[in-house]
Design a protein. Structure first.
Length: 44
């Protein structure tokens, strides 16, 4: 799917930047909606 260049290992893979970027985006989404998640949990 990708060409094997010098930067490929730094972007893709287990310790690549792509994983870190996606993790930060997901963390921001959960942080933004944390109040809604807490109120739904305690209202049940």
């Amino acid at each position: 799917m990708t060409a094997d260049t010098d930067i490929t290992a730094h972007i893709n893979g287990e310790f690549g930047a792509a994983l870190a970027i996606v993790a930060v985006i997901i963390a921001i989404i959960f942080w933004k909606f944390r109040a809604q998640l807490l109120t739904q949990q305690f209202s049940q």
